[in-house]
Design a protein around this ligand. Sequence first.
Ligand code: ADP
Length: 381
Amino acid sequence: MLGIIRRHLGWKLFLSYLIVIVVGVVVLATAAEFAAPSAFDRHLAAMQQMMGGSMMMGTDLFVSFRGALREALILAAGAAFLAAVVASLFITRQVVTPIQAMMRASRRIAEGHYDERVQVPGDLATDELDELARLALSFNQMAAKLEHVEAMRRQLIGDVAHELRTPLTTIQGTAEGLLDGVLPPEPETFHRIYREADRLQRLVSDLQELSRVEAGAYTLARRPVAVRALVDTVAERLGHQLEDKQIRLERDVPAALPPVMADEGRIGQVLLNLVGNALQYTPPGGTVRIAARHDGDTVAISVSDTGIGIPAKHLPHLFTRFYRVDKSRSRAGGGSGIGLTIARHLVEAHGGTLRAESAGPGQGSTFTLTLPFAPPSSPIL
Ligand code: ADP
């Protein structure tokens, strides 16, 4: 019996009502037993005085009164008991049924049925819902989030498998050709294997970086940073490649621009990625321009190029992992389609934004990131 009570909220509710009833009856009965006789005598004496001293059978009257009181008490206790049964059944239905539904749904979700949801009264606004309905709402939100995460996990596994297949197939095919003597053991053949292995290596480190960034497993050492210094570092690092590809780099960073609050290394990595992309997708003779300006209470840094541009329908997807406008072109340049995903995560972790614009194919592209200002009193690095 104790076990049943411990395991069922309905029984616990019923028991709590019963305890209240028993305490009420005991208090009433005790009061009737000990306080009623003297009170009764007092009232009877007062009445006798009022009626001019005519004698009344006080003791008999008290016995009948006590009997009537007991009867009334038994009746009241019975009615209260019935009320407790009905109330606990009603409350049980109201409280326990939704909890049981949530228990069933969570069990189904644990079994992998992520589309499971519980019912929430649909005709009420959130602030009109009681705690249980709000719990059901939170439960459904949690289930939807789990379903989304699970879909992303599946998609990621599929994407990674797909990304790994291409270089692996090339490596395997080339190695087989060498073994069978179909391909000559020349530097070009070995180079092909090396290139694909290098691509695999880059993909793996990109994936590692992505998982770290998505999980938030890194710390940002945010300090006031001068935008000009950031841009100069990137220009210095990519200078040779820009020169080799005969691409002009223009810089427009006003000296009076206030410093931004940023992790220099991380934002440097983002800028390097944006300028690296501009370099990759701009034909020789083109121009890449880095400009910075005030934009409300942020600094906007934009990287524009005169390159191949991006069709409008692709713009919203560029920051989705593995998304590439032209797969073969990006792959040929060693791109995995992860760079912009990582970049956006890093910028958002700084409280900023990263967006892409392009007037269309052949019209060049502009990537703009915004970063918050550093507090005026902090020293510039
Ligand atoms: P990838 O490593 O393939 O460059 P990113 O995430 O950096 O991956 O970029 C995703 C895709 O966005 C690229 O494959 C390319 O199609 C497109 N893209 C990025 N930058 C540019 C640019 N400056 N001009 C044209 N397309 C670009």
